[in-house]
Design a protein around this ligand. Structure first.
Ligand code: GLA
Length: 423
């Protein structure tokens, strides 16, 4: 018989028995060890496809309050984001006061949320959306608010009482905490809370969560923060500062760990936050190719028709949300031209041609130079043997078949994404 801890048994049986046994102590004493091969409570499996939502951080940082966010919830719906498949509305850092109350509970900042967090969560729910919140495994969050260390079960119960459906759990001020153990503690606390809460691990890939986060939470950051910074000439440089491109480059090595209910998370989207139209389209396309969680981070009340068109493009979202959940890998790279391929259900394939340079490039791609393989899903596509029709998802037009060389012009920092359907 397998040996289960009391905590684990409690979580499995859905009781609150001894649930604090594994929680870390407030004075920072070491948590109960979790052996490498020790079974852990299964994650909730709340994310069979990559979670889609909106998060406050990229545009507003800690400058959030109820009137602003109610307006954002309304815009979420009126802009068509909800109907396009986005589901979560997530408050990032900065929603609480700097101190816990006398009972040790976190407190929603009364200046920002005068009606309390439950009332705001209710508002989100009445719009058919799910509500997410943020905290951190350390003593303080990255912006200096109280962290959950030593209060995991208490905080999880509070979130459940608010009506939280999603927790983003950060990694600042964690000193020598063991990442896997700290995230398992919170994962078990969420389960013991009795509410279905999707768990988003945010330790930036420092401790290779792709090796252990499956079963702990549904998604885990793979990399540091995406940036939306300006260069000295006031040109937006999310692309050229290597933010988007350098995050992308770290993904092929871990693509094989991605899958339903355990998603590699290359961070939230900067679409609509200042990059050019082509750059935004490329960034969004590549995140969809990676089967990444899609967390928009722009001001939904003010987005342009172009931004709205990118974020709600049905064909791009269908690639992201494909049932197989396979992350694309780079199958061709010559200078600044790259080809990324993502096997899809029903023997279809998404292929993204990327020009990462700033200048116009011609691409001539011979399909037969690279087969597409995915052993775990038993996928082997040899273009010498099978022919596919190409549909350009952004131009919404057919582009011939894989029998012919693919010859196209790509402007700087742009992509062409085609869906391949067997003919
Ligand atoms: C970290 C995270 C970000 C954001 C901030 C909030 O940097 O990686 O995504 O949550 O903290 O302080």
């Amino acid at each position: 018989m397998k040996l289960y801890t009391k905590t684990l048994l409690a979580a499995i049986l859905g009781t609150a028995l001894h649930v604090n046994a594994i929680a870390q102590t407030a004075d920072g004493a070491a948590p109960v060890a979790v052996a490498k091969d020790q079974p852990i409570a299964q994650a909730g499996n709340f994310a069979p496809t990559p979670p889609m939502g909106w998060n406050t951080w990229n545009t507003f940082q800690t400058n959030i309050d109820e009137p602003l966010l109610k307006g954002m919830v309304d815009a979420y719906v009126s802009s068509g984001m909800r109907d396009a498949g986005y589901k979560y509305f997530v408050l990032d850092d900065g929603w609480m006061t700097m101190e816990r109350d006398k009972n040790g509970d976190l407190v929603a900042d009364p200046k920002k949320f005068p009606n309390g967090m439950k009332a705001f969560a209710d508002y989100v729910h009445t719009k058919g959306l799910k509500f997410g919140i943020y905290n951190c495994a350390g003593n303080k969050t990255c912006a200096g608010y109280p962290g959950s260390r030593g209060h995991e079960y208490q905080d999880a119960r509070l979130y459940a009482s608010f009506g939280v459906d999603f927790l983003k759990y950060d990694w600042c001020n964690t000193d020598s905490l063991n990442a896997r153990e700290a995230y398992i503690t919170m994962s078990q606390a969420l389960k013991a809370s009795g509410r279905a809460i999707t768990f988003s691990l945010c330790e930036w890939g420092n401790h290779q969560p792709w090796l252990w986060a499956k079963g702990v939470g549904e998604l885990y950051r793979t990399t540091g923060d995406i940036t939306a910074s300006f260069d000295k000439d006031k040109h937006f440089n999310s692309w050229t500062a290597l933010s988007v491109m350098s995050i992308l480059d770290k993904q092929p090595a871990i693509a094989k760990y991605n899958g339903p209910n355990h998603w590699n998370d290359p961070d939230m989207l900067e679409v609509g936050n200042g990059m050019s139209f082509n750059e935004d389209k490329a960034h969004f396309s590549l995140w969809c190719m990676l089967a990444a969680p899609l967390a928009a981070g722009n001001d939904l009340r003010k987005m342009s028709a172009q931004t709205q068109g990118i974020l709600t493009n049905k064909d791009a979202i269908a690639i992201d949300q494909d049932a197989l959940g396979i992350a694309a890998t780079r199958i061709y790279q010559v200078d600044s031209l790259e080809v990324w391929a993502k096997p899809l259900a029903n023997n279809e394939v998404a292929v993204c041609f990327l020009n990462r340079s700033a200048s116009v490039k011609q691409i001539t791609y011979n399909w037969q130079q690279q087969a597409i393989e995915n052993e775990p899903n038993n996928i082997h596509i040899d273009f010498a043997k099978a022919s596919f029709k190409l549909h350009d998802i952004w131009a919404n037009k057919d582009l011939g078949t894989t029998k012919k060389e693919f010859k196209q012009t790509l402007t700087g920092h742009s992509v062409i994404v085609v869906r391949l359907v067997k003919q």
